[in-house]
Structure formats: structure tokens, C-alpha cells
Design a protein around this ligand. Structure first.
Ligand code: COA
Ligand code: MG
Length: 295
């Protein structure tokens, strides 16, 4: 999935806008964008929205971001949301893979109670929101077969660190958050799940968003979260493999096939070995999952 749009769960107007936004996934939020006194209203609105749109054709995937395990709100969130049968649950402020294992058990129990197909609801973790969580980014493999993606964020982490800011004078992330971005990528790939880049909070700065998304894609991220519908077309464009890249990948596969799957081949004056083949295969599978026909 390329684009994930946060929509405050207590805003019916924004939910409707989100649906029309071309985002691959809506992250319907019950957490930080919802005031404490609106938590119950947000659950009801979010559950009704998911129920209502769940069987619609050509809709984005519907994920709900619940409140973190230590808030005392998680059980009530899941009890209301799971019967609506969302595609996934986003779990914020995870401390390690163990939090995902705990949420998996809670989701399984609610699926059983609601008669929802066991194991059908996926999980996505925001895995970098406290200092101690950073030391556990390598613990998400085998946490749960539901886990589909790992992502990171600089806002809660900078609050936990007591940092003055997470950006330097030029608007670039300062080094603690760059480190976390790289560790999240390693953690996700090591766990065999999708690495998804953090939001670009300045939603009027579309050039900055494009630059950040392009750098994330270059490094191996396969999608990016957003907070405003205007960010979605740029994210979709950047994370959709170009026709040139697809063509090159197909030619690399063909060159290896023609050479009887040799260890190394030459193409356009360039030496290509097994890592190039793996990269080409990965690119083609990403193109396929972005809905591009590669035959
Ligand atoms: N999802 C759906 N619709 C959204 C949206 C979002 N995330 N963000 C903005 N819109 C809508 C607005 O409601 C507005 O609709 P209108 O034209 O019918 O009035 C339109 O898009 C243009 O919005 P704009 O005026 O540019 O921004 P804003 O000042 O209304 O909203 C935010 C700014 C930051 C409050 C808003 O983008 C938002 O709520 N983002 C999500 C925040 C969130 O979920 N945070 C948690 C994760 S970090
Ligand atoms: Mg947060």
C-alpha cells in the first residue's frame, strides 16, 4: 500500500472527504487527533463508517487507529470497532513486538465474539514513539501473523525525549529522528512486513513532501502516511513504480532467464548479479500491488 491518510474518527465530514481522496488506506483515528471527551463519539462514528462502507467496491482499505495499550481505552475501542470488520487496526506507541502479540490476542477474542472471520483483521504498528521502543525495533518478526506494516513518527518521540524540535533550521529532521527512520526500515524488513514512512506534518509544503517521499522510496520504504488529502496524489505518484523502472526490471529478469539463471549477466554494458535480480523482482511485485499490469 502506497498512501495512508489519517482522518480524525470524530469528523464525519473528513471521513467522507477521505473516502474520495484516492488514498490506498484510511487511518481512521481514535487516538491523538480526538479529544478525550470525544473518544466514545469517535468510536461510534468510526464503527458506523466502517460498517457502512465495508462492502463498497473500489474503496480504500479501512484501518482504525486505536488508543495505546496503557491508556485503558484499548478494550473499549476494540469491542466497538472489531464487529464492524475493518481491514486493519493501527496500534500506536508499541514498545516491542510483544505489544502486537497482546493486541493480536484481544483482536482474536473480539473476532470470535462478533463472528468475524478469525485472523482476517491486519495490524500495523507505530513502533518508535518512546525512547525505550527504539531499542526493540528488532522484535517484530513472529509477533503476529496479522502484522502487515511498521511505521515511525517523530512527534511523540520528540515529546518523550524533551527535545525542543525535531527539525533543523533548513526543515530537515535532526539526527535522532533520521536514525529512527533508518531503524524502522531495518525493523520492518527484518520482520517481513511493509516499511511505511512517517507523515510530513507541514501539509502546505508539497515540494518538501515530494522530496521526503522520494528519499524514502529510494531507501526501501514502500509507502507514506499523510494528514491531508492534498498529500495523497504526490505520495501515490512517488510510490508507483515508473514505466521506465518496470521496463528495466522486466529486461533484467529476461536477461537472467536467457542466461539459464546464471549468477551474473551483462545488460546495457552493466554487470548484474543476484542482488540486482532480487531488486528487479521486488520492484515488479510492488508494481503489481499498485495495480499496474506488468505482462
Ligand atoms: N482527511 C479528510 N479530509 C481532510 C483532512 C483529512 N486528513 N484534512 C483536511 N481535510 C478537508 C478539510 O475538512 C477541508 O474540507 P472543506 O473544504 O470541505 O472545508 C479540506 O480538506 C481542506 O482542508 P484545509 O482547509 O486545507 O485544512 P484544515 O485547516 O481544515 O485541516 C488539519 C487541517 C491538520 C486539522 C487536517 O488536515 C486534519 O485533521 N488532519 C488529520 C489530523 C490527524 O488525523 N492527525 C493524527 C495523525 S498525526
Ligand atoms: Mg501520536
Amino acid at each position: 500500500m502506497r498512501s495512508y491518510l489519517f482522518v480524525p474518527g470524530d469528523s464525519e465530514k473528513k471521513l467522507a472527504k477521505g473516502l474520495a481522496s484516492q488514498a490506498d488506506v484510511l487511518l481512521i483515528d481514535l487516538e491523538d487527533s480526538v479529544a478525550q471527551h470525544n473518544k466514545q463519539e469517535a468510536r461510534t462514528i468510526a464503527a458506523n463508517f466502517v460498517k457502512h462502507h465495508q462492502s463498497q467496491q473500489n474503496r480504500p482499505q479501512l484501518f482504525v487507529r486505536i488508543n495505546a495499550l496503557d491508556t485503558g481505552l484499548t478494550e473499549a475501542d476494540l469491542a466497538e470497532i472489531i464487529p464492524a470488520n475493518p481491514d486493519g487496526i493501527m496500534v500506536p506507541k508499541t514498545l516491542s513486538g510483544h505489544c502486537i502479540t497482546q493486541i493480536d490476542a484481544k483482536v482474536s477474542a473480539q473476532e470470535a465474539l462478533a463472528g468475524v472471520q478469525q485472523g482476517s483483521i491486519q495490524l500495523m504498528a507505530v513502533a518508535t514513539e518512546t525512547a525505550s521502543a527504539i531499542f526493540n525495533l528488532g522484535t517484530y518478526g513472529n509477533a503476529s501473523p496479522r502484522l502487515c506494516a511498521l511505521t515511525w513518527g517523530a512527534e511523540d518521540l520528540s515529546a518523550d525525549l524533551g527535545a525542543e524540535t525535531n527539525k533543523d533550521e533548513t526543515g530537515a529532521l535532526t539526527s535522532p529522528y533520521k536514525l529512527v527512520r533508518e531503524l524502522c526500515l531495518f525493523g520492518a524488513v527484518a520482520a517481513g512486513v511493509q516499511p511505511i514512512d512517517a507523515i510530513h506534518a507541514n501539509f502546505r509544503d508539497l515540494d518538501g513532501l515530494r522530496a521526503e517521499a522520494t528519499a524514502a522510496k529510494r531507501d526501501g520504504y514502500i509507502g507514506k502516511m499523510a494528514i491531508h488529502p492534498a498529500q495523497i496524489p504526490i505520495i501515490n505518484e512517488v510510490f508507483t513504480p515508473s514505466f521506465e523502472a518496470i521496463d528495466k526490471a522486466k529486461r533484467i529478469l529476461a536477461a537472467f532467464q536467457e542466461a539459464g539463471n546464471a549468477g551474473v549477466v551483462g545488460l546495457d554494458g552493466e554487470m548484474l548479479d543476484r542482488p540486482h535480480l532480487r531488486r528487479a523482482q521486488t520492484l515488479l511485485s510492488r508494481a503489481k500491488s499498485a495495480g499496474i499490469s506488468i505482462d
